[in-house]
Design a protein around this ligand. Structure first.
Ligand SMILES: Nc1ncnc2c1ncn2[C@@H]1O[C@H](COP(=O)(O)OP(=O)(O)OP(=O)(O)O)[C@@H](O)[C@H]1O
Ligand SMILES: [Mg+2]
Length: 418
């Protein structure tokens, strides 16, 4: 029987035809699949190396594969924090002509980790809080785009280190739907499901003695809802200010910037008597600091990494006596004389350990710890060398972490600094 494969791909790569589509994904040979850490899932998911990049392949019913593929394409157009779609492969058959489920291919998100790969032994409260903050922000971002997720959970999320925090990305859009705008009811339903799922996942960890004892799964679930609601209110709530205190408008914008958001549109209405002003952000975009850093330096990094680099830039500006020099000139100077030399001195074979901006962040932390410990000024070059020799060399490679099984992770504690 002829195997009439049908491949729809965002970036057509002939190498896609070389994969063993006539075999159930579970039986793909070792030479094809890369063993990367995976979250827990119902479907079979495998990673393959194709033309130099790593792709995730999920075997799933044709209708669901196409639906998720289309949704991920729409989300990519909206610059949503989600994995990028690559292709759908349908019409698969075994050599004997038995039909096989379709396959959805997505780009493996470099330097991302499933939550279970983020801690070695037990999930500690500080790590749980950071994961939840990242997840709450992700849900808010998706809801702002009008995306109802339908199955928010830690396993359906990927985490990337972002300075001292984490940045979360949506990995599983199967149950999702895009709307023009979500109603409060839809949002509440989504967040309630998130709460239930997270509590369930933490209880699983608890049952496997992988949760630190004083961590209460229900309290963590409640915290997720609280963080989500706080952020949602801060971003969308209407505020009434008196017409003679218009500076409070700028104040609101500054607060949103502080939370990492830009205001793309604000609605403002005065009362008929003109004494009060009602303001409400209409369109807000995450990534305030990363956009600002990008404008200044061309560096494309995550939000908290950007905050860190901007602080370093400010410090440099003061120390190099350039407070009255135009910021974009100082930024160029900082980039060529500070940032680039530091990251360039990281040996190539160590660059797969962490993203370069993350390495730079850790160098700054390391320098701070060194100067505290030794009560002296530590030049950057010295901190770089010490960091590479004493910290970076001993870390695992996280660009495409190669592991056989998520449940057998090598011992590596979460962020170690200093
Ligand atoms: N593009 C990707 N990059 C990195 N990891 C991925 C990617 N796609 C999938 N994974 C990993 O595979 C796991 C399973 O994928 P996914 O959640 O899409 O499968 P699923 O079977 O639909 O899950 P569920 O059981 O929630 O329905 C994820 O938790 C994630 O760890
Ligand atoms: Mg899933």
């Amino acid at each position: 029987m002829v195997n009439a494969l049908n491949i729809s791909a965002v970036a057509p790569d002939p190498a896609l035809f070389d994969l063993p589509w006539d075999l159930p994904l579970e039986d793909w040979p070792q030479e094809v699949v890369a063993a990367l850490p995976r979250g827990i899932s119902r479907h079979v998911v495998r990673f393959v190396k194709l033309s130099g990049s790593v792709l995730a392949v999920k075997e799933i019913a044709d209708y669901a594969a196409k639906r998720e593929y289309d949704l991920l394409k729409e989300l990519a157009n909206l610059s949503a924090p989600s994995v990028a779609p690559i292709a759908v492969v349908s019409g698969r058959r075994t050599a004997k002509g038995q039909p096989l489920d379709s396959a959805l291919l997505t780009q493996h998100l470099r330097f991302s980790l499933p939550y279970r790969a983020l801690f070695s032994y037990r999930l500690r409260p500080d790590m749980a809080t950071r994961l939840l903050d990242a997840l709450a922000l992700l849900i808010v971002q998706m809801h702002l785009l009008g995306f109802y997720w339908g199955d928010v959970s830690l396993s359906n999320t990927l985490f990337r280190r972002d300075a001292t925090e984490f940045a979360a990305y949506m990995v599983d859009a199967e149950t999702g739907a895009l709307h023009t705008k979500l109603s409060d009811g839809q949002r509440e339903y989504d967040i309630e499901l998130a709460r239930t799922n997270v509590i369930g996942e933490l209880m699983d960890l608890e049952a496997g003695s992988m949760l630190e004892e004083d961590l209460d799964p229900v309290a963590v679930g409640d915290l997720l809802v609280e963080r989500y609601q706080q952020l949602w209110r801060a971003l969308t709530e209407e505020e009434t200010i008196s017409a003679d205190a218009r500076w409070r408008l700028q104040d609101r914008i500054n607060r949103l910037n502080g939370l990492g958001f830009d205001v793309a549109e604000m609605s403002m209405q005065t009362d008929p008597d003109g004494t009060t002003l009602h303001i409400r952000p209409q369109v807000v975009d995450a990534g305030h600091h990363s956009r600002r850093l990008f404008r200044l330096t061309g560096l494309d990094v995550q939000e908290n990494q950007a905050r860190r680099l901007l602080n370093d830039l400010d410090t440099y500006r003061v120390h190099s006596d350039q407070t009255d020099v135009d910021e974009s000139f100082v930024a160029h100077d900082w980039l060529t004389h500070v940032f680039e030399p530091a990251v360039r001195s990281v040996p190539r074979d160590l660059r797969g350990k962490l993203e370069l901006p993350q390495i730079y962040h850790e160098i700054l932390e390391h320098r701070w710890f060194m100067s505290q410990r030794e009560s002296r000024y530590v030049p950057l070059e010295e901190a770089v060398k010490s960091y590479i020799d004493t910290v970076l060399t001993h870390r695992r490679d996280e660009s495409e972490l190669i592991l056989a099984d998520t449940l057998q992770l090598p011992i590596q504690d979460d962020i170690q600094m200093g």
